[in-house]
Design a protein around this ligand. Structure first.
Ligand code: UT7
Length: 338
């Protein structure tokens, strides 16, 4: 990467790289045909409308922090980093083990990362990329040397299993990345984050916060579960991820043609196809695994990144584009020199 590209981006003084990735999904596979016996749906409808064939579901005793710690161990091994070297743990999640302490603190305990400061980021499916940007700032300004960022969700714990509009879409899992300054790479060239709270009610969980503490009545009304206006969410997902991709590419002085691999949020194959079409990027450039895992929320892009990196979808020096969208609304994108 030329110096001029580095200078054109809004990259902070000290470049930040992803030096290792990891992921974890539960063993239990839930197939579309199993869902046919739970709600009025069909394997054919789910595949045609979403591209999802199966998803993983965590056991009752496997919490978000357990999946997050497994992904983190994987990433630490990949990066050659020990728990004591981690200065900061950021977990993007909307299904924390407990309202407090943060899931990041639970992960710290599981890893024995005793030197880390820990907090969670609530940005729904955008949580991992938000976390990467936040963590990068700490390294860029020299507050931290090594940051662990995790996207982890156990959406099966907040899904209404009687609602066919949502229950077929989601799965559980975790993905992680280790951030550090690497002198021989420009690393993360630019990250763009955005939100639009005006759309907060198209994808949300109404109960469980101080606005609607859980009681027997609202449990009966399923207000303690995820609710979504699918069509509106679909529309917003395409528009926001397109915008996020354009902004971050422009900031870097690049076009989609310069990108070796696009790693999008894994919500629906039709959302990705619409993006590919509008960006004029062939589908082969997109790394897709939603057929195996469904939408794992904050974990989705992190698991896909780990999988793409390990399967050689790109090499050191290649440019990749990460782009995500989630409840909030939140959306984000990042161009990275790998
Ligand atoms: O992480 C980000 C959040 N999530 C997303 O990005 C999801 C975005 N939205 C979507 O992926 C799609 O909107 C869905 C997959 C949720 C729905 O697909 P759609 O093509 O937009 O379907 P629709 O909501 O317009 O519904 C079409 C029909 C409806 O029946 P009627 O009213 O036409 O008789 C639904 O009731 O399909 C019905 N339907 C189903 N049928 C069989 C909805 N869910 C199912 C189902 N099985 N699971």
């Amino acid at each position: 990467m030329s110096k001029s590209l580095h200078e054109k981006t809004r990259q902070p003084n000290r470049p930040v790289s992803i030096i290792g990735t990891g992921s974890h999904v539960p063993d239990r596979v839930l197939t579309n045909s199993e869902l046919e016996s739970m709600v009025e749906t069909s394997h054919q409808w789910i595949v045609e409308r979403t591209g999802i064939i199966e998803r993983r579901i965590a056991a009752e005793t496997e919490f978000t922090s357990h999946m997050a710690a497994a992904a983190a161990r994987n990433a630490m091994e990949n990066a050659g980093v020990t728990p004591a070297e981690i200065d900061l743990i950021i977990v993007g999640t909307i299904t924390p083990d407990t309202v407090f302490p943060s899931t990041a603190c639970h992960v710290q305990k599981l890893l024995g990362a005793k030197n880390a400061a820990c907090f969670d980021v609530n940005a729904a499916c955008s949580g991992f990329l938000y976390g990467v940007e936040i963590g990068s700032q700490f390294i860029a300004n020299r507050s931290c040397e090594t940051v662990l960022v995790i996207g982890a969700d156990k959406l099966s714990s907040i899904v209404n299993w009687q609602d066919r509009n949502t229950c077929v879409l989601f799965g559980d899992g975790a993905g992680a990345a280790i951030l550090r300054h690497r002198p021989d790479s420009n690393g993360i060239l630019s990250t763009y984050m955005a939100s639009d709270g005006n759309y907060s009610d198209i994808l949300h969980m109404p109960g469980g916060g101080c606005a609607l503490p859980i009681n027997r009545d609202n449990i009966e009304q399923k207000l303690n579960t995820l609710q979504m206006n699918g069509r509106e969410t679909f529309k917003q997902a395409v528009t926001s991820m397109m915008r996020a991709s354009q902004v971050v590419l422009e900031r870097c002085g690049l076009t989609a043609r310069d990108i070796k691999c696009v790693i999008p949020h894994q919500a629906n194959i039709r959302i990705i196809e619409a993006m590919a079409d509008r960006m004029d990027v062939p589908m082969e450039k997109f790394h897709i695994n939603l057929d195996k895992y469904g939408n794992t929320s904050a974990a989705a892009v992190a698991i896909a990144l780990d999988e793409a990196a390990r399967t050689g979808r790109f090499q050191r020096g290649d440019l990749i584009l990460l782009v995500v969208f989630g409840g909030g609304l939140t959306y984000a994108s990042s161009v990275i020199e790998w």
